[in-house]
Design a protein. Sequence first.
Length: 120
Amino acid sequence: MTEYLIKLPWPPAKSSPNGPQGDYLGKARAGKSYKQECAWECKRQGILEMGCDRVSVEITYYPPTGHRIDWDNMAVRAKRGWDAVAEAIGVDDSKWWPVTCDKGDKTPGGCVLVHIKPVG
């Protein structure tokens, strides 16, 4: 079966649950835009449906700056990107087990690498 290493753009800061609250519309727009950008990246990288029911996922965040990041905030910021990947591979993200996260080195522009393998 196929496995993928997908490179996604860095999630927008506006989609963070931290920071200025009350700008629901701005957060929603940022999330929608990020999902569209990730969907195009999946198409550009030739990602196809995997034809399996479950996948294991390894996520590595490569931040654009040396600022601190925490895994739970990054997961929320990247959620709409996961939705785009789930649609591209045809496996709902509720079937992504196990999921492991890591932080890579500072990278210009930042990115998120998602390594997906079929399970079973």
